[in-house]
Write a protein that binds this ligand. Structure first.
Ligand SMILES: Nc1ncnc2c1ncn2[C@@H]1O[C@H](COP(=O)(O)OP(=O)(O)OP(=O)(O)O)[C@@H](O)[C@H]1O
Ligand SMILES: [Mg+2]
Length: 291
């Protein structure tokens, strides 16, 4: 409880400073009844996205980074030794960018991505997301933050096997006070967009790899996040399904104006990016913007 109050006191002044309208977005799924706009509960994803467009373009105009990584180092203890995996990473990611983080296996891409979403704590340095320094957040604050701000897509879907596809997709909303009917409406709306609604009531294991990944993307979007992070989303897919997934990401970036950060070791995906960040041995090699 104390932690929650602390989180509130950390967040509120900065929300106002960074972007006044941001409070509207956050209230979309805010469990605090007094602050919520009740009409949002029944909104479809299209309506929520349309509502966000103006806010996002305002953000772009000011060109404030949505994510700022400053002097991040990360070491892991292996046996008796500390091994430095991330070495003085400095990176700014701006709204509406599609950033591909490219590098060979073992160079630290997943570690960097996990640091960005707060799954790994930097050994030193700071990660700021939309003006919030998440480095010292508690685990509880971090999981709330991740749920609200990020849509996360991994290489392998992590389904709850006893639930249907639609139940899995709607699951992140289960902790909100949005009624089940609206949670499921929103889930089916997304599944339809991703052309997988005909499998909504199947078990996840009854779907092909490509279909599962499309459903995973639907789940990642259920909270209408502004930032979508993905670690090798096409790693388990055939080339046709991989192209479908990449086109979905492109649409989310170009049409829905979402910020995308994608990790891969596949150079073929560089052309989807508005910027490619190259990593080697825990370091960023350059930060050239290709647009
Ligand atoms: N929890 C951990 N404990 C010890 N070492 C770790 C841990 N997590 C990652 N590492 C090491 O950090 C290095 C970078 O790992 P990371 O998973 O970030 O690489 P990657 O670039 O994502 O590789 P890949 O493309 O194969 O997924 C590896 O040598 C890995 O063994
Ligand atoms: Mg990895």
């Amino acid at each position: 409880m104390e932690e929650e109050q602390k989180a509130e006191s950390i967040e509120k002044p900065e929300e106002k400073k960074v972007l006044v309208d941001d409070t509207k977005k956050d209230n979309t799924f805010n469990s605090n009844k007094e602050e919520k706009e009740p009409s949002d509960e029944s909104k479809t994803i299209d309506e929520l996205v349309a509502k966000d467009q103006q806010i996002i373009s305002t953000d772009s105009r000011f060109k404030k980074p949505i994510i700022k990584i400053e002097g991040v180092n990360k070491s892991f203890k292996v046996g008796n030794e500390w091994v430095k995996i991330l070495k003085d990473i400095n990176l700014e990611i701006y709204p509406r960018e599609f950033v591909v983080i490219l590098g060979p296996s073992g160079c630290g891409k997943s570690t960097l991505l996990n640091t960005i979403i707060g799954l790994e704590k930097p050994s030193t340095g700071k990660v700021t997301v939309r003006g919030h320094d998440i480095t010292n957040y508690t685990l509880d604050q971090l999981s709330q933050f991740r749920l609200k701000k990020y849509g996360v897509v991994y290489q392998k879907p992590d389904w709850i096997k006893s639930l249907s596809v639609i139940e899995n997709v709607a699951l992140p909303l289960a902790i909100t006070d949005i009624p089940k009917k609206y949670r499921h409406n929103r889930a089916i709306d997304l599944l339809r967009k991703l052309k997988i609604d005909h499998r909504a009531y199947y078990a996840p294991s009854e779907l092909s790899g490509g279909q599962q990944q499309r459903a995973t993307i639907a789940r990642a979007l259920i909270n209408n996040p502004w930032i979508i992070v993905s670690d090798e989303p096409t790693g388990n897919l055939d080339s046709e399904s991989a192209a479908v997934v990449m086109d979905i990401f492109r649409g989310l970036n170009e049409d829905s104006k979402r910020t995308i950060i994608m990790v891969t070791h596949n150079i073929d995906y560089v052309h989807y990016a508005t910027r490619t960040v190259y990593m080697r041995d825990g370091e960023i090699l350059n930060k050239k913007i290709n647009i």
